[in-house]
Design a binder for this molecule. Structure first.
Ligand code: IMP
Ligand code: MG
Length: 180
């Protein structure tokens, strides 16, 4: 079996690059069809979505723009806990068609927070494009229009996704093995 070791965990190949790219191409076609004439602004959420964003944008066939943002945790008060803040958005997005480009929607809390922040800036519409969804973990109501793949509730790395900062460089997606 094709496995990799990252720190204390072993991972096995789960989704090959070729299969990832086939689904990324499908999503790119859907977006190009649905958002034609709207000059969408893609907002790639760093760090995890960098590889997906690159492969997706290469396959978008309509005029568009891309910018890169980050959801950064900062410590709130003891009662509020960690709150996520959007950083890096320099564009005026009012009246724009926005496509959020994410690596994975797990519980959905990060995406929900992102939508909340973006809506205060008056875009015309906001769409969600994510490489992966873990439907079993989704805890909030989100309209995920563009999802390349749905996966079970296991921890994965590769193709931009990390375990403790490592593993983003692999071209395939790997799933953790032997986890008790
Ligand atoms: P959410 O707020 O629970 O939806 O968390 C989303 C974030 O958690 C993603 O943007 C990832 O950074 C991280 N994440 C969730 N599941 C995984 C995984 O299986 N591997 C790597 N990162 C993950
Ligand atoms: Mg992420």
């Amino acid at each position: 079996m094709n496995t990799i070791q990252i720190k204390d965990k072993t991972f096995a190949v789960s989704i090959k690059e070729q299969d990832i790219l086939q689904e990324v191409s499908r999503v790119a076609q859907e977006i190009s069809r649905d958002l034609a004439g709207k000059n969408p602004l893609f907002l790639s959420v760093l760090n995890g979505s960098f590889m997906f964003a690159a492969d997706l944008l290469k396959r978008i066939t309509i005029p568009c723009e891309i910018s890169f943002v980050k959801m950064a945790s900062y410590s709130g008060t003891a009662s509020t806990g960690a709150v996520k803040e959007l950083i890096g958005l320099n564009e005026d997005i009012s009246g724009r068609t926005i496509v959020i480009v994410e690596d994975i929607v797990d519980t959905g809390f990060t995406m929900q927070r992102m939508l909340e922040v973006l809506r205060t800036k008056n875009p015309a519409e906001i769409h969600i494009a994510t490489l992966l969804v873990k439907p079993d973990k989704l805890a909030v109501d989100l309209d995920i229009e563009y999802a390349a793949m749905h996966i079970p509730n296991d921890f994965i790395v590769g193709y931009g996704l990390d375990y403790d900062g490592h593993g983003r460089n692999y071209k395939d997606i790997y799933i953790v093995v032997n986890e008790e």
